[in-house]
Design a protein around this ligand. Structure first.
Ligand code: B1M
Length: 209
């Protein structure tokens, strides 16, 4: 579809203002927020990843594309997230220490909010002690961790251990995700579950309330 193609092209170019307008137009034209996300934004971001890997583009271009992705997500958020309903549970979420990738984590946050959860977002580069402090402060039912690098995913184990050391392990369900994370890894580090994408994260959390 032409509109979705245009959105993908603007993401590739990093045109944050243009993409905002195009996403608004797409929604006005009756294209669903999910179609915009899955049929255009995620596919374009994945292409960016391929080009980055092949050294066809470099960190600055990826950053500009990420900024455009976030601009598009700002427009989609109110459509994906229900408002005015009582939260079904609380989630503390963050990208682990040493890791600055937040697009996937932001999407998971959005889908969780859409599924009725109240989400406390700790941001990026979150140390185990910050997760522990947030569990004490907000008393969530779930702790969510995101990691995009093979070098940072091991931080998830440190967070699980820190939560255990503080005697809080039985109070929370720990969910993990991110491109290098797998079911097996989640089981190895003692997390409760892994989900492959934001929609699955939200539905798996709902099943475990
Ligand atoms: Co980086 N980067 N990056 N990067 N970057 C990757 C991850 C990489 C695969 C690119 C590549 O080589 N092909 C590679 C990692 C290799 C590896 O470890 N195996 C890589 C690298 C190497 C790096 C640097 C080291 C590059 C450098 O400096 N030389 C550096 C590290 C910085 C750091 O973190 N310390 C770096 C930096 C960056 C930018 C800052 C430029 C930028 C991030 C901007 C931002 O996030 N604000 C960036 C980006 C954008 C990427 C790619 C291109 C796209 C990531 C993304 O946003 N994907 C990425 C390549 C790729 O993934 N194809 C790449 C879209 C997003 C929606 O998907 O985050 O996977 P994702 O989230 C998914 C699922 O994984 C899941 O749900 C989401 C979808 O619904 N999910 C969860 C995620 N978290 C979850 C949590 C859950 C459940 C599900 O429960 C809690």
């Amino acid at each position: 579809m032409e509109r979705l193609q245009g959105i993908a092209e603007k993401l590739q170019k990093g045109d944050a203002n243009g993409i905002r307008q195009d996403v608004e137009l797409a929604l006005q034209e009756g294209i669903s927020p999910r179609e915009v996300l899955e049929g255009s934004l995620l596919a374009a971001m994945s292409e960016i990843g391929e080009k980055f890997k092949a050294n066809e583009i470099f960190v600055p271009e990826v950053l500009i594309a990420a900024r455009a992705m976030n601009a598009a997500m700002e427009v989609l958020k109110p459509k994906l997230v229900e408002t005015g309903v009582e939260p079904v549970g609380k989630v503390v979420i963050g990208t682990v220490k040493g890791d600055l990738h937040d697009i996937g984590k932001n999407l998971v946050k959005m889908m969780l909010e859409g599924a009725g959860f109240e989400v406390k977002d700790l941001g990026i580069d979150v140390a185990p002690e910050q997760f522990v402090a947030a569990v004490k402060e907000y008393q969530p039912q779930f702790v969510g961790m995101s990691a995009l690098l093979t070098t940072t995913m091991s931080e998830m184990r440190s967070v699980v251990q820190a939560i255990e050391t503080e005697g809080l392990r039985d109070t929370v369900t720990i969910m993990v995700g991110g491109a290098p994370v797998t079911d097996k890894f989640a089981a190895d580090i003692g997390a409760d579950f892994y989900s492959k994408d934001a929609a699955e994260a939200a539905s798996m959390a709902r099943e475990r309330i």
